[in-house]
Design a protein around this ligand. Structure first.
Ligand SMILES: [Zn+2]
Length: 413
């Protein structure tokens, strides 16, 4: 990726973890208001160090201890795992079978490589602003479902740093969901079926369109013309037309093939298809080309690890930043700062203040919070802050319900 030299990563990471990573908010998030005993202490973290050394089952007594360890080891990548029955660091000393994953956020992992059969602009690791629309649609569709169909309030959507997005659904009851329940949610969201060998991947039942599919189609419809017909040009030439025709009942194919020849672009050819009044087929095509494709295993398992927000992508250098859903359509993965860009910004600030040196001691933490605010990381930390604050409001309510006296004490009234 242009402008990023992976060889310089160790030095950049050292600076990033010391002066930019939002440890304060990060700790507030993962402590979840300390509602359950030792919740933070029982959380698994995993680090990928230099030379692909992968260290699992790390756990820490406090967010401050985690911060120190990250600053000492400068991991290339940070993953977050489950909350276990015991401190993960002690997993070898616990009686066999007793060490169990108990809780985790419900997570989703969506990656553009899973759309390679329906995106024409790029393949494998490449992405561009055209195919990024697939991620925009996926977030709109899944987020709506989480809120409206499952009543989930606290969702954090994060750019993966390369070619996809992650979602962390964090409500208290959701973190306690069993694998069976998680699997049921994933099945509900799973519409595009079959691998490379399957031609027709979406088949809707004949007489009734489920409200979830109807709502998803509303999202796809908003983007379909601009994204699929103009951007991807899915009926742009003979080969592309054949791919779409393969999804249409055989009896109609010859007629449509002839009619397509009389037209000159995808928009006109789609109009031909629409005139045939094959609403059902039309919907199936739209969903096959646009509906979210999830990595199911990541969502089903409680103990599955997922890359942490604000971790750095070791290949692109881009930060895994939270995405502001209010400005989702404007999110540009190419505008997300890289670790080298941020360090360069810090450098400039240092020069501007006539002080390139780092200060040590008690001033350190307030200094850090000011540091990221001066860089292009600031708006993304703001999104994270709003997410954490919303969650903290809900703990207050919980404590109020649980124990009035406890509330007064814990709030310091
Ligand atoms: Zn592309």
């Amino acid at each position: 990726m242009a402008g990023f030299d992976p060889g310089s990563l160790p030095d950049l990471l050292r600076l990033y973890y010391r002066r930019l990573f939002p440890f304060g908010l990060y700790g507030r998030w993962l402590r979840y208001g300390d509602v359950s005993k030792n919740y933070f202490q029982r959380r698994e973290f995993s680090f990928t160090l230099h030379d692909d050394i992968y260290v699992r089952y790390q756990s820490f007594n406090s967010p401050q201890e985690l911060e120190k360890e990250i600053q000492n080891t400068c991991p290339y990548k940070i993953d977050i795992g489950a909350v276990y029955s015991h401190k993960p660091i002690q997993h070898n000393t616990v009686h066999m079978g007793a060490f169990q994953a108990q809780e985790k956020e419900l997570v989703f992992d969506i990656d553009l490589t899973d759309y390679d059969d329906v995106r024409q602009c790029c393949s494998s690791a490449e992405i561009c602003s055209k195919c990024w629309t697939l991620m925009t649609m996926a977030i709109h569709i899944i987020d709506r479902t989480l809120v409206e169909d499952f009543g989930i309030q606290h969702r954090l959507w994060v750019y993966s740093g390369r070619r996809g997005v992650h979602c962390w659904a964090c409500d208290d009851p959701v973190r306690k969901w069993s694998s069976t329940l998680r699997s049921a949610v994933v099945e509900y969201l799973f519409l595009v079926k079959g691998g490379e060998g399957t031609i027709k991947k979406v088949t809707l039942s004949d007489n009734h369109v489920h409200p979830f599919i109807r709502a998803s189609l509303d999202v796809v419809t908003r983007y379909f013309k601009e994204y699929a017909l103009v951007g991807q040009d899915i009926l742009g030439d003979k080969d592309k037309c054949e791919k779409v025709l393969a999804l249409i009942p055989e009896a109609d194919r010859d007629f449509l093939r002839m009619e397509f020849c009389k037209k000159t672009n995808s928009v006109q050819r789609w109009e031909v298809l629409q005139k045939k009044k094959m609403v059902h087929t039309e919907r199936e095509i739209m969903l096959q080309y646009c509906f979210p494709r999830l990595d199911m295993n990541v969502s089903k398992g409680i103990n599955h690890l997922l890359k942490s927000p604000f971790s750095v992508h070791p290949k692109t250098g881009r930060i895994s930043v939270p995405i502001d859903l209010k400005k989702l359509d404007d999110f540009d993965p190419f505008a997300v700062p890289t670790v080298s860009h941020l360090c360069h910004e810090l450098d400039m600030i240092g020069k501007g203040e006539g002080n390139g040196k780092e200060t040590e001691g008690p001033q350190e933490s307030s200094r850090k919070s000011r540091d990221y605010k001066k860089t292009s990381l600031a708006p993304y930390v703001k999104v994270f802050e709003q997410f954490v604050e919303e969650m903290e409001k809900s703990y207050k309510g919980q404590r109020l319900k649980g124990n009035g006296k406890g509330l007064l004490e814990s709030e310091g009234c």
